[in-house]
Structures are given as structure tokens and as C-alpha cells.
Ligand binder design. Structure first.
Ligand code: SF4
Ligand code: SF4
Length: 136
């Protein structure tokens, strides 16, 4: 019963597609490989990124460390390289507090293999298959 209520709240009220399970293990990897997405696309050029720094303090923490097929890759200057912990943990931006959220997946992102979190689809594959079979 509780499971059904939880599912109803997530799907119908919060309009979620995933349950977030697990815990942060403090490896710091998600703070070392960050993509920045605007409403239109993942940032590809530093020039475009520079303008974002005026919009939110989170962007001022980031430094370009690479570029791959997705876009520019940033690392956060608040990560303590020795401990892998956030130096401003108590005051970290809300985007960091919410991580990982399902929007990450909607934009094509993924968790690192050894991340302590897992995102579990709320509607299981067998449920989807059942609906397809029944509608056919
Ligand atoms: S990658 Fe996962 S386990 Fe590692 S710091 Fe980020 S949220 Fe925590
Ligand atoms: S502010 Fe802290 S939690 Fe957020 S990306 Fe930087 S190091 Fe990670």
C-alpha cells in the first residue's frame, strides 16, 4: 500500500520518472566532470560560458578542463583535491544539493559507474512491455 502511495506521489504529483536510491560516497567525481546546459544546448565555447557567470554564482566556481563529444567539461574549484570533499558544503548551491536529479538523464547525462546513487525508472520495463502487449 505504502509503495503504491509513494508511486502515485512521484508519478502523478511530482511527475517524476525515476526514484533516486542510495547515498553519496564522497568520491568527488561528479564535481570534476561537469557539463553546463542552457535551455537550448550544452555549452561548447568558453566565450558563451563567460556570459553565464553573471547569472549564477555556481558558474563562477567552474573551470574548463576538457572538451568531448558532449561539450565543454568543467571542474569545480570548491572541490578539495586531497579529501574529495566540497569546501563550501554547508553553503553549496542548490543545484549541488539536488544532485543527481532526473533532469540530468533527460539531457543525456549519466552517473559515474561507481557513484553511490542509482536512478531507478518508476515504471519498470515489464510494466511498459505489459502495456504494449495489452494495447496490441
Ligand atoms: S559521483 Fe556520486 S558518490 Fe561520487 S561524489 Fe558525486 S554523488 Fe557522491
Ligand atoms: S560547489 Fe561543491 S558540491 Fe558543488 S560542484 Fe563544487 S565542489 Fe561539488
Amino acid at each position: 500500500m505504502l509503495k503504491t502511495i509513494k508511486k502515485y506521489i512521484h508519478v502523478k504529483i511530482l511527475r517524476r520518472k525515476y526514484y533516486r536510491m542510495g547515498n553519496c560516497l564522497g568520491c568527488g567525481k561528479c564535481c570534476k566532470k561537469i557539463y553546463v546546459k542552457t535551455s537550448r544546448h550544452v555549452i561548447q565555447e568558453e566565450k558563451e560560458f563567460e556570459k553565464l557567470k553573471f547569472l549564477h554564482r555556481f558558474y563562477t566556481y567552474l573551470t574548463v578542463v576538457d572538451k568531448d563529444e558532449t561539450g565543454l567539461v568543467f571542474s569545480c574549484s570548491n572541490l578539495d583535491e586531497t579529501t574529495n570533499l566540497c569546501k563550501i558544503h554547508k553553503h553549496r548551491p542548490s543545484i549541488c544539493r539536488r544532485y543527481p536529479q532526473e533532469e540530468l538523464f533527460i539531457m543525456g547525462g549519466e552517473l559515474t559507474k561507481d557513484c553511490g546513487y542509482k536512478m531507478i525508472p518508476i515504471i519498470s520495463f515489464s510494466e511498459i512491455l505489459g502495456k504494449v502487449v495489452n494495447s496490441g
